[in-house]
Design a binder for this molecule. Structure first.
Ligand SMILES: Cc1cc2nc3c(=O)[nH]c(=O)nc-3n(C[C@H](O)[C@H](O)[C@H](O)COP(=O)(O)OP(=O)(O)OC[C@H]3O[C@@H](n4cnc5c(N)ncnc54)[C@H](O)[C@@H]3O)c2cc1C
Length: 371
């Protein structure tokens, strides 16, 4: 039997979190082998809505999301190609006085915790940003530094950079066994065994079954999410737009098509890697769009698709070292909004793996909260 390939860090999963971690780790000079069952970006990270959003995050994620926002603006390889990050801003509109009250309370809650990135704006300011919005909109929360990107291309950009720094990214490599031998991990696919000092599991919802191979319980469950896209329409909106009390997020691309999603949940089967489109929910979401932009009433939907994300019980990302097993790290449970976090998650994991203690700012993300 041939000797296992040896490296500093083995990463399982080639979604945004895996490839971003591979990039930051290999840039620090560590030898990295990333094992991806299919192709990088094949799952949630390649099919999501591409929303790059600090707006509306749960409190424990905000420091990492703000750090990620900085990286989205400054990492040069995320710019300068079709599908790169576009800073359009994201806006969450209030459709009633009750919605406005929810937004005021959100602003006050964030201020209490020292966060001021979500700005409360009035109806005139909303109209300056989105002139085509329906008359009933009362105001909004607005983050000018948010935006969107084409997710699949962003995953490829990180993978490309990671390879440039020497990371081995092995696609078509499903991990089917993990064991600890002395102070090394031995991770096997049907073809190879890789030996590494540290192991990072970031395999989306499938992290739960890989954690079991390491003797741990990571409470991530599958959730399906859907998106649909319209035919091309004349340009009418720049920012990504969401509603306060109704699940909606949508954006218009430069080619005129509009992508509609936002908490559009559906049934998911992680074993089959399948999420079933629910057409009645899609129709409901399309109706919210036409309430806000009545002139879109006769526009056709040309395509709908779905993907699966891993959900944590508290809908908050799980990032950090295992609470009980040495040299084991997790990044999973992104609960429908992990794409934006990818760059900072990769950077933070690289710090943790090179022997830094968990950052108190990201305390609320630690896997230990489920022990
Ligand atoms: C339809 C939809 C819309 C979304 N919209 C947004 C959005 O607008 N903004 C946002 O921030 N987030 C959004 N999300 C959420 C976001 O896509 C995810 O949170 C994020 O991509 C998760 O990334 P990941 O790297 O953890 O996992 P994944 O992208 O799921 O990657 C995990 C990888 O692990 C691999 N893998 C699994 N098991 C094994 C194994 N045994 N061996 C080797 N490899 C394995 C898989 O093949 C997969 O490629 C959306 C998600 C969906 C589905």
């Amino acid at each position: 039997m041939s000797h296992p390939v040896e490296c500093d860090v083995i990463i399982v999963g080639g979604g945004i979190h895996g490839v971003a971690a591979a990039y930051f780790l290999s840039k620090k000079g560590l030898s990295v082998v990333l094992l991806e069952r299919d192709t990088c970006g094949r799952c949630a990270s390649g099919v999501n809505a591409g929303g790059v959003r600090t707006l509306g995050r749960v409190l424990p994620e905000i420091p990492l999301s703000l750090a990620s926002s900085q990286l989205w603006q400054t990492l040069d390889f995320l710019h300068g190609f079709d599908g790169a990050f576009v800073r359009t801003g994201q806006i969450k509109v209030a459709e009633s006085e009750q919605d406005m009250q929810i937004l005021r309370e959100r602003r006050d809650l964030l201020a209490k915790h020292g966060f001021h990135h979500e700005k409360l704006i009035d109806k005139d300011q909303v109209r300056q940003i989105v002139p085509a919005i329906a008359a009933h909109v009362e105001g909004a929360l607005w983050v000018s530094t948010d935006g969107f990107a084409f997710p699949y291309l962003i995953v490829q950009a990180f993978a490309h950079q990671a390879r440039k720094y020497g990371a081995q990214i092995r696609e078509q490599s499903p991990v089917n066994a993990i064991e600890k031998s002395g102070n090394h991990w031995r991770v096997s696919t049907p073809e190879h065994t890789i030996a590494g000092k540290k192991l990072l599991l970031c395999a989306g919802v499938w992290t739960a079954e890989l954690a079991r191979l390491c003797g741990e319980h990571i409470p991530v469950t599958p959730g399906g999410l859907m998106l649909m896209v319209t035919q091309r329409v004349p340009h009418f909106i720049n920012p990504v737009l969401g509603a306060t009390s109704r699940g909606l997020s949508f954006k218009q691309f430069a080619n005129g098509t509009v992508v509609i999603g936002g908490a559009l949940e559906c049934e998911a089967d992680a074993r089959q890697n399948h999420a079933e489109l629910d057409f009645s929910r899609l129709a409901n979401s399309a109706r919210i769009v036409t309430d806000l932009f009545p002139f879109l009433k006769n526009v056709s939907i040309t395509r709908a698709w779905s993907g699966i994300d891993g959900y944590a019980p508290d809908h908050t990302s799980i990032i950090g070292p295992s609470a009980s097993v040495d040299n084991l790290y997790y990044a999973c449970g992104f609960s429908s909004s992990g794409f934006q976090l990818g760059p900072a998650s990769g950077q933070y994991l690289a710090e943790l793996i090179t022997d830094h203690a968990p950052n108190p700012l990201h305390q609320g993300l630690l896997p230990a909260r489920f022990c």
